[in-house]
Write a protein that binds this ligand. Structure first.
Ligand code: PHE
Length: 340
C-alpha cells in the first residue's frame, strides 16, 4: 500500500508538471482526488489494514493528498498567470503607432462660396435672412410687379403646386417678406435654392442657388449699388477685378442692370472662356421699383433702395474653373473631395 501511494505521488507529479492548460489540469484533479479517483480508491482499502498499520498509513495517505493538492494549486496559479500574460501580450496596444484618421466630411463648393459671400456682406453690415422655398404667387411674382399675364409666370418656367402656390423661381421673393416685416434702414442678403422648369445641361439645372441682396434707406442711389457689388467682386476675385453694368429690364427694379465681371482668363481682351466678350454676366440688379416699396408699405418719396440677385453656381464655376454645372449636383466624391 505504501508502494501504491508512492507510485500515485510519482505519477501525479509527472502528470501535473506536464499539463499545459487549465481544463486538463481540472480533469487531472478529479482523476487524482475525486470520489472515483485513485487516492480515494486506496483509502477505501484502509479498513483491511491492521490497527497498528493503520495510523502510519493514514498519515502517509494524508501527506500524499496534501502534496497533490499543493502541486495542483501551484500549477493552477501558474497556468492562470501564464494565460493572463498571454492575453495581455495579445492585447498590447502600440501607443506609438500612428492613429487612423477619422474620415471628415467637406463642405460642398457651393457652400464654401456661399459662406464666403456671407462673410463679405456681414463685413459690410448686412444681415443674413432666410425665406420659404415653397412660396405664394404673391411673393414670387405679384408683389414684385409681375402682373398675372407676365411671360415669366409661364408654366414652362415655374413649378406650380397649386394655382397660387409654387416653388420660388427667384430669391427676390424674400425682398417682399423682409420689407413687410422690417422698416428701413434695411440691409440684408438671402442665399437659397430656387427652381425653374429647365432641362438639365452644362449650364442649366431645375434647381440652382441665388443670393439676393436688398438695401433700403434714405438717399440710396445706383452708386451705392455699384460700390457694393464692386467690393463683393474684388473680395471674391481679387483687387484688379472690374465690373460693368449694362442696362436691362426687371419688373421689380427701375432702372435695372445686368452686371458683368471682367473675364479672369483674358482680363477683358476677349477669349474662349468669355466667348470673346471680355466680360462674363454674373447677376441682375437695379433700384427697387417704387411700386414694390409702396406695396410693402414703404414710402417711396422718403426711401429708396437697391436690390441684386446673383447666381451662386456661376460664381462657383468661375472660381474653380468648372465647365459643367452637373458636376455640382452629381455628388461624386472624387469631384467633391477636391475642394477646401
Ligand atoms: N431675381 C432676378 C433673377 O432671378 C435677379 C434680380 C434680383 C434682379 C434683384 C434685380 C434685382 O433674374
Amino acid at each position: 500500500m505504501k508502494e501504491q501511494l508512492r507510485n500515485i505521488e510519482e505519477k501525479a507529479r509527472d502528470a501535473i508538471s506536464s499539463v499545459t492548460d487549465l481544463r486538463a489540469l481540472d480533469d487531472l484533479r478529479v482523476s487524482l482526488l475525486g470520489k472515483k479517483g485513485e487516492l480515494t480508491a486506496i483509502l477505501k482499502q484502509m479498513g483491511k489494514l491492521s490497527a497498528e498499520e493503520r495510523p502510519a498509513m493514514g498519515q502517509l495517505a494524508n501527506r500524499v493528498r496534501a502534496t497533490l493538492e499543493q502541486l495542483l494549486s501551484e500549477k493552477n496559479a501558474a497556468l492562470h498567470s501564464a494565460a493572463q500574460a498571454a492575453r495581455l501580450g495579445a492585447e498590447r496596444v502600440d501607443i506609438t503607432m500612428p492613429g487612423k484618421r477619422p474620415a471628415a466630411g467637406r463642405l460642398h463648393p457651393l457652400q464654401i462660396v456661399e459662406n464666403e459671400v456671407k462673410e463679405i456682406f456681414l463685413g459690410m453690415g448686412f444681415s443674413v435672412v432666410d425665406g420659404p422655398e415653397v412660396e405664394y404667387d404673391y411673393y414670387n411674382f405679384e408683389a414684385l410687379n409681375l402682373p398675372p399675364d407676365h411671360p415669366a409666370r409661364d408654366t414652362q418656367d415655374t413649378f406650380y403646386i397649386t394655382d397660387n402656390i409654387l416653388l420660388r423661381t427667384q430669391t427676390s421673393s424674400v425682398q417682399v417678406h423682409v420689407m413687410e416685416n422690417q422698416k428701413p434702414p434695411i440691409r440684408v442678403i438671402s442665399p437659397g435654392r430656387v427652381y425653374r422648369s429647365d432641362a438639365v445641361d452644362a449650364t442649366h439645372s431645375p434647381l440652382f442657388h441665388q443670393v439676393e441682396g436688398l438695401v433700403v434707406d434714405k438717399g440710396i442711389t445706383m452708386a451705392d449699388l455699384k460700390g457694393t457689388l464692386e467690393m463683393l467682386m474684388r473680395r471674391l476675385y481679387g483687387d484688379d477685378c472690374k465690373i460693368r453694368l449694362r442696362p436691362h429690364h426687371f419688373p421689380f427694379t427701375e432702372p435695372s442692370a445686368e452686371v458683368d465681371v471682367m473675364c479672369f482668363a483674358c482680363h477683358g481682351a476677349g477669349c474662349r472662356m468669355c466667348k470673346g466678350e471680355g466680360y462674363i454676366e454674373l447677376l441682375g440688379a437695379g433700384m427697387v421699383h417704387p411700386k414694390v416699396l409702396e406695396g410693402c408699405g414703404i414710402d417711396s418719396s422718403i426711401y429708396s433702395g437697391f436690390a441684386f440677385g446673383l447666381g451662386l453656381e456661376r460664381i462657383v464655376m468661375r472660381r474653380y474653373n468648372i465647365s459643367d454645372m452637373r458636376l455640382l449636383f452629381e455628388n461624386d466624391m472624387r469631384f467633391l473631395e477636391q475642394f477646401r
